[in-house]
Structure formats: C-alpha cells, structure tokens
Design a protein around this ligand. Structure first.
Ligand SMILES: Nc1ncnc2c1ncn2[C@@H]1O[C@H](COP(=O)(O)OP(=O)(O)OP(=O)(O)O)[C@@H](O)[C@H]1O
Length: 263
C-alpha cells in the first residue's frame, strides 16, 4: 500500500536563498509525527510544498502514491482535498458565524462550490455535517456566534472543525498552538491528536515546545538548515538531540544525524 505522504529530495529556493536542500521522509497511512526545527529552517515552506501552495524546483511529493509535482487543474484539486491544514493564525472570517466558517471547509468538495457552502443555500446534509464537525470539537453551542467573539483556543477548535469538514485523510498542522496560552494550547493539541487518532488520519504537526512534541508525537522529524536530520520514534531520541536542532553551531549531535525511523 502506498504511503500517505512520501517526500523525496525536495528542494526549494527563494531567489538566491536555498531553503529546502533535499528533504526526505515518509508517513504511513494513519501515522503521526511532530516536526521540529529552529525558526527559519524551512518547516512552513516544506509544509506548503506538500499541496503545491508553494512550488518547488526538484524532488517529489507523493500523496497516497500520486506525484503532486506535475499535477494541475482538477487533478491537483482532488489531491489538495486529501490534505487538511491548520495554521497558527486560525484564518477564520471573524465577522461571519462559526457555523458558516465551518461550512466553508466544504468549498473544495465535489458539488461544494461557493453557493453550496453558504449557510443560506447549503444542502441539509452539508449543514448536518458542519454541525457534526462542530460537535467533534465541542463547540456546537457556538454555531451562531461570530467567530471573532470566541477565544483564541475556541477559534482554533473552529479551524479544526473547518478542516474536518473538508474530510481530509492527512492533517498538516503548522504551529497550531503558537498563538495560544499554555492551557488553551494543550487543550487544542489534545483535541487535535484525539480526533486524528479516532478518525485514523495521518498527521504532521509542527511545534516549538520540546516537552509537548515528546508527549504528543509518537515520532519526531527534526529539520535543520533545510534537511531532515532526525527521524525516529520519540522514545528513542534523547532530549539533547532535539536541543541540537536549535543550536546555531551546525551540530545536531553525531548520534542523531540522519537517523531514520525505518532503520
Ligand atoms: N515567500 C517567501 N519569499 C522569500 N523568502 C521566504 C518566503 N517564505 C519563506 N522564506 C524564507 O525561507 C526561510 C524558511 O522559512 P520558513 O517559514 O519555511 O521557516 P520555518 O522553519 O517554518 O520557521 P518558523 O519556525 O519561524 O515558522 C526563511 O529564511 C524565510 O525568510
């Protein structure tokens, strides 16, 4: 069976600045990993390459076996549906209802164009699905509220509900708790990892907190200077190896360099 996500030799530059220098990793269906790395090492750029939000120069990204690098139009749209993103900034529309924000998650669905994603016109089945997604994140009672009336933690939960509305098979969470206080952040992570586990989704989640990464990620992928330098089961990685990701000395620790979960 094809991996959910397979990234090989991914390279990306912005002008003269090379950001990704050959990123390699694979995630099996239903597998979860936390992605770590210092500011600017290329995590967000890499995550945006996965569904071609950002183009890349060379390498391959396969989503359930389909190489996204050459796709365009309807075929790219189909693959994009498989990847549900959650960002640090919740990207909700603040002055419309929570319910409407979740319905917008169906925009990329077959038959889910703009009109069918508006609460006044959406088919009952889609409306029911949106309420179900809100129930999954414990916010059904907030459906009629404007999104900006909610706390940061609640807004991120709405963003998770919107992502679920898309029915993705792979969840990409890019620093989903970076804007939240520690308590709200932990609650959001617990919710996110519980849902991906219950729905048997594949998840790749960037974090900056090593303790949370070790607690939530069964596997850790560590990037440094545009490459994957750690890729192993969390239990097998010493904290000093993770700390090495954030040292500017170029050292990741000899023990961790190029370790791979599959080895
Ligand atoms: N659109 C862009 N144009 C030019 N340079 C960019 C662009 N996007 C990212 N970069 C540069 O690419 C590098 C990697 O950025 P990226 O956001 O991928 O890092 P990151 O590991 O996600 O960092 P952080 O942890 O701070 O989010 C940085 O030097 C950044 O300035």
């Amino acid at each position: 069976m094809a991996a959910a996500l397979e990234v090989k030799g991914l390279k990306k530059s912005f002008g003269d600045v090379t950001v990704l220098r050959g990123v390699d990793f694979t995630l099996a269906k239903g597998e979860g990993a936390v992605l770590l790395g210092a500011n600017g090492c290329g995590k967000s750029t890499m995550l945006r390459c996965l569904n071609r939000l950002t183009s890349f120069e060379s390498g391959t990204v396969r989503v359930h076996g389909t190489d996204v690098s050459t796709l365009a139009g309807a075929k790219l749209k189909i693959v994009r549906r498989e990847l549900g993103y959650v960002f640090q900034q919740f990207n909700l529309i603040g002055n419309v209802s929570v319910f409407q924000n979740v319905l917008f998650g169906a925009l990329g669905h077959p038959g889910g164009g703009l009109i069918n994603s508006l609460s006044a016109f959406a088919p009952q089945a889609e409306r029911d699905r949106a309420m179900h997604c809100l129930e999954r994140v414990g916010l059904a009672d907030k459906a009629p509220f404007r999104a900006h009336a909610l706390s940061g933690g609640q807004q991120q939960r709405v963003a998770i509900a919107r992502m679920l509305m898309q029915s993705p098979t792979i969840v990409i969470a890019d620093e989903p708790i970076a804007s939240l206080d520690p308590k709200a952040g932990r609650e959001v992570l617990e919710l996110l990892f519980r849902i991906v586990s219950e729905e048997r989704l594949t998840v790749l989640c960037t974090l900056h907190q090593l303790d949370l990464a070790r607690e939530f990620g069964p596997r850790i992928i560590g990037m440094k200077d545009g490459r994957v330098v750690i890729d192993a089961a969390t239990d097998s990685i010493h904290i000093s190896e993770l700390e090495g990701l954030y040292r500017a000395d170029g050292a990741t620790s000899a023990a961790s360099a190029s370790r791979h979960a599959a080895e």
